[in-house]
Design a protein around this ligand. Structure first.
Ligand code: 5GP
Length: 170
């Protein structure tokens, strides 16, 4: 899947690309994506404060260090869910006059979309299930699982460590 996405991104950006990873969930995906691409790339990161459900408010916690003016920029996300994060980031970054701006996400869950946002590059589309692993966490846990796994969010709410014993060897 990552190889397919890397080929798609590479084909569209012959002059190279700046990968803007959204901390922290995109890190494993971005690392694999960048290494699978056949074009020049720069890597930078930004972070947003989690919004409280219902308010739709998103805030920039850490900005990019690089200037994106005139560059081809791909925002790299772990998952596009409501789309509010990507919408906010696209609005922020497009003000800086990149030559081109697109969104690449490992996971897309269009069922809960609240913003009119369609990612340009999608690894996998999933139904309404909560997922962890490959960067995606639950209260900081499970990010380093090498696979994407569905999890029962009611179980996790009761005990965030519920799957730890089954997934990790001590
Ligand atoms: P948005 O709703 O703005 O599209 O996504 C916001 C963030 O919510 C994502 O970047 C991700 O960190 C988190 N998120 C959304 N759905 C899931 C999920 O199924 N599992 C996990 N672990 N995080 C999610």
């Amino acid at each position: 899947m990552v190889e397919r996405l890397a080929a798609e991104v590479s084909a569209d950006h012959a002059d190279g690309v700046l990968l803007a990873g959204v901390l922290r969930g995109s890190v494993p995906f971005l690392a694999d994506l960048a290494r699978a691409m056949s074009i020049r790339s720069r890597i930078d990161f930004l972070a947003i404060a989690p919004y409280s459900p219902g308010t739709g408010r998103v805030r920039l916690l850490k900005d990019l260090d690089l200037d994106i003016g005139g560059r081809d920029v791909v925002i790299v996300e772990d998952i596009v869910d409501t789309g509010l994060t990507s919408e906010f980031l696209c609005a922020q970054l497009s003000r800086r006059n990149p030559r081109n701006l697109s969104v690449c996400t490992f996971v897309d869950r269009p069922a809960r979309r609240a913003a009119p946002l369609e990612p340009d590059y999608v690894g996998i589309e999933i139904p309404e299930e909560f997922v962890v692993g490959y960067g995606l966490d639950y209260e900081g846990r499970y990010r380093n699982l090498p696979v994407l796994a569905t999890a029962n969010s009611a179980v996790l709410k009761e005990d965030p460590d519920a799957y730890v014993a089954a997934l990790y060897r001590f």
